[in-house]
Design a protein around this ligand. Structure first.
Ligand code: ACO
Length: 321
């Protein structure tokens, strides 16, 4: 028994912050941001919206498009590093909003790899027969842990949510999925102050993401190249047979380097950081949905997704839609 994505949905807040807007608040330029990252604008949630609100909207769209009853869902997994509150988890908050109960609902904390981690776990639930219909979500309000005075990070991060419905299939569906992590790099991308870790003399800045961008960049390119090649090799699929490459939308230069290594032409690479920014766990389903809605991705296509994020965590999923 394999699992298959039968629908995708997404949600982005209506409020948009452009590079020109950021020129007014930090020492940067539209030209620098576009050439170094590929980002032109970023959706930012309004103060009344928490991560579960974004996740719920994306989930509802995915459910409607899947043409299933809400009651069919028997598993909810959410990838997020910006949960509404320490507890209850975002999975149960969505479960409640959907009017559902009495099945597992939980969140996965793997930063930008959250959606891929959640997809990998849902795939295993379906393969073992424990789930017949899973809702998998990647959702973030990164704006809440972004230091808007820090030009190294505030130009990157954004808010949004993407969701997928997975069901068992006799077709290929998810062909290959593998996760990885290396905590050795934890300090290169982290938030110092948290729920239980509260360093003394903490300043306001300790609540926000800190990133050694250049060092993260180097490890990201190396890791993503390795896991992409590995995914193809282990699935016995050649890169020419991949119809679409949907990587985590952190930086266009990282993506171009990996695509070049895989000999994938740029027409096969799905980019959405131009309008979505880096939405961490939401970035892959947001890019996926964009390409489904504009008619590029179609049923039967072979898709390689891969992620890399704080931790460091990483993962890949190869599937036939
Ligand atoms: N505007 C103008 N100049 C800037 C800005 C800015 N917004 N930010 C930094 N600079 C300056 C720096 O101060 C530096 O100046 P200097 O040479 O005088 O010291 C110069 O630009 C170069 O800085 P770098 O950090 O070396 O720039 P780089 O080309 O590496 O780009 C970036 C920075 C975009 C952050 C890049 O390193 C990157 O994308 N890193 C990886 C991000 C990533 O993949 N994160 C993981 C996932 S995110 C998650 O898990 C939540």
């Amino acid at each position: 028994m394999n699992s298959k994505i039968i629908s995708i949905g997404s949600y982005i807040p209506s409020n948009t912050v452009t590079n020109k807007d950021l020129e007014k608040t930090v020492d940067t330029t539209d030209e620098w941001i576009v050439s170094r990252t590929g980002i032109k604008q970023r959706p930012i949630a309004d103060s009344s919206q928490a991560t579960s609100d974004l996740a719920f909207e994306a989930a509802m769209t995915a459910i409607e498009r899947a043409k299933i009853e809400k009651n069919d869902i028997d598993l909810i997994i959410v990838g997020t590093c910006t949960p509404d509150v320490a507890t209850p988890n975002v999975g149960t908050l969505i479960q409640k909003r959907l009017g559902l109960s009495n099945f597992p609902a939980f969140s996965i904390e793997a930063a930008c790899s959250g959606f891929i981690y959640a997809l990998n776990i849902a795939d295993k639930f379906i393969k073992t027969g424990e789930s017949k219909c899973a809702l998998v979500v990647g959702a973030e309000t990164l704006s809440r842990i972004t230091n808007w005075d820090d030009r190294n990070t505030c130009i990157l991060f954004a808010d949004g949510a993407g969701a997928a419905i997975l069901k068992p299939t006799d077709d290929k569906g998810i062909i290959f999925s593998e996760l990885g992590a290396n905590g050795e790099y934890a300090d290169l991308l982290h938030v110092p102050y948290g729920t239980s870790r509260k360093p003394e003399k903490s300043s306001k800045d300790d609540y926000f993401l800190r990133m050694s961008g250049n060092e993260v960049f180097k490890v990201a390119v190396k890791t993503l190249e390795e896991i992409a090649i590995d995914a193809l090799k282990k699935s016995n699929i050649q890169s020419k047979d991949v119809d679409w490459f949907i990587p985590h939308q952190a930086n266009v230069r990282i993506i171009q380097a990996v695509a070049k290594r895989l000999e994938l032409p740029e027409e096969k690479v799905i980019l959405s950081m131009d309008i979505h920014g880096n939405t961490s766990a939401a970035s892959i389903p947001l890019a996926f949905d964009r390409a489904v809605q504009d008619g590029r991705i179609k049923k039967g296509d072979t898709i390689l997704m891969q992620s890399f994020g704080a931790g460091f965590t990483w993962g890949s999923v190869l599937l036939e839609l």
